[in-house]
Write a protein that binds this ligand. Structure first.
Ligand code: SAM
Length: 286
């Protein structure tokens, strides 16, 4: 018999005893709920799981049942495939469905345009996708794949966003400044196309060469200088009360604050809440 399926483990006392014996992380690995595993970083690509769960929780908090999640920079599709798997777990947990959209040239990095694109690290053509049809088949219709330079594809994509399924999570994994600038143009639609706060994962902000004058960080700094009403700042909720206080990916998580969103300007019509109600209501957003 698998001792971890024993009913004793399902009682509070049983879990306390096993937690002492194994440590809470090991116990969660064996028997934890999805949220416990997420909190311990036990689900593959914890950065994507965190950002997508933030998007679903925020969507639910504001009364949406669908949310859009994008990956800019797909390469062979490992991240996009992971997002489809994560979306299924998140829908089970929250009831919120995630529309997943991936963007890539299909032919690897475009020609680099100067020092901001980190030519000391990358070259045009790096990270080619291979056969896009093979990836499309592997995705089994669970994610959309938009091929072409993001400069050309992002504006048509924004026209497909709807207030029913607003943008809630973005991963920027294009490595270079020019592709990041293009991706951030996706934030210039009507406020109703976005959640009031959009979780961002920035992949290339932690190397020895990373700096605010180049790459993804430069694109974000310039976006903020030009868009004070939709700035992108580091996610201040991390590590918060999470079980693992020092994960490397925390400093890659950002939030785009859609400050012109009506929900960030007027209280919603939801009735007055007591302190206890409020704590329960806010728990998902801590
Ligand atoms: C490091 S790879 C992405 C890795 C992928 N996210 C993963 O998790 O496996 C970077 C990708 O960004 C794409 N890319 C960079 N600039 C782009 C642009 N302007 N338009 C479209 N794709 C771009 C490249 O084609 C390349 O495949």
């Amino acid at each position: 018999m698998d001792i971890f399926s024993h009913s004793l483990l399902k009682t509070a006392v049983g879990r306390k005893v096993w937690s002492r014996l194994l440590g809470p992380r090991s116990l969660s690995k064996r028997t934890g709920t999805f949220r416990e595993k997420e909190s311990f970083g036990l689900v593959a690509r914890p950065n994507y799981v965190y950002g997508m769960l933030r998007a679903a929780d925020t969507a639910k908090f504001f009364g949406f049942s669908e949310v859009t999640a994008c990956e800019f920079g797909v390469a062979t599709g490992r991240g996009l495939t992971n997002m489809t798997e994560v979306a299924a777990l998140i829908e089970q947990e929250t009831g919120v469905r995630t529309r997943i959209v991936g963007f890539d040239t299909g032919a690897g990095l475009p020609a680099l345009t100067g020092y901001k694109d980190h030519p000391e690290l990358w070259s045009g053509g790096d990270f080619s996708m291979g056969d896009p049809e093979q990836l499309r088949q592997a995705l089994k219709g669970k994610a959309e794949l938009i091929l072409g330079d993001i400069n050309a594809t992002v504006a048509p994509f924004v026209t497909t966003l709807t207030p029913r399924c607003p943008l809630g999570f973005v991963s920027i994994d294009v490595d270079i400044y020019s592709g990041t600038v293009a991706a951030l143009r996706g934030l210039s639609g009507e406020h109703g196309l976005y959640l009031p706060a959009i979780s961002f994962y920035l992949d290339d902000v932690g190397s020895y060469f990373s700096n605010e004058a180049c790459g993804e960080l430069a694109a974000v700094a310039e976006h903020n200088a030009a868009n004070s009403i939709r700035p992108i700042f580091q996610d201040h909720s991390l590590p918060g009360r999470r079980s693992q206080p020092f994960e490397a990916w925390y400093k890659h998580m950002y939030v785009c604050h859609v400050l012109d969103h009506p929900y960030r300007n007027h209280p919603r019509d939801r009735g007055a809440l007591s302190l206890d109600d409020h704590m329960a209501f806010m728990a998902a957003l801590k």
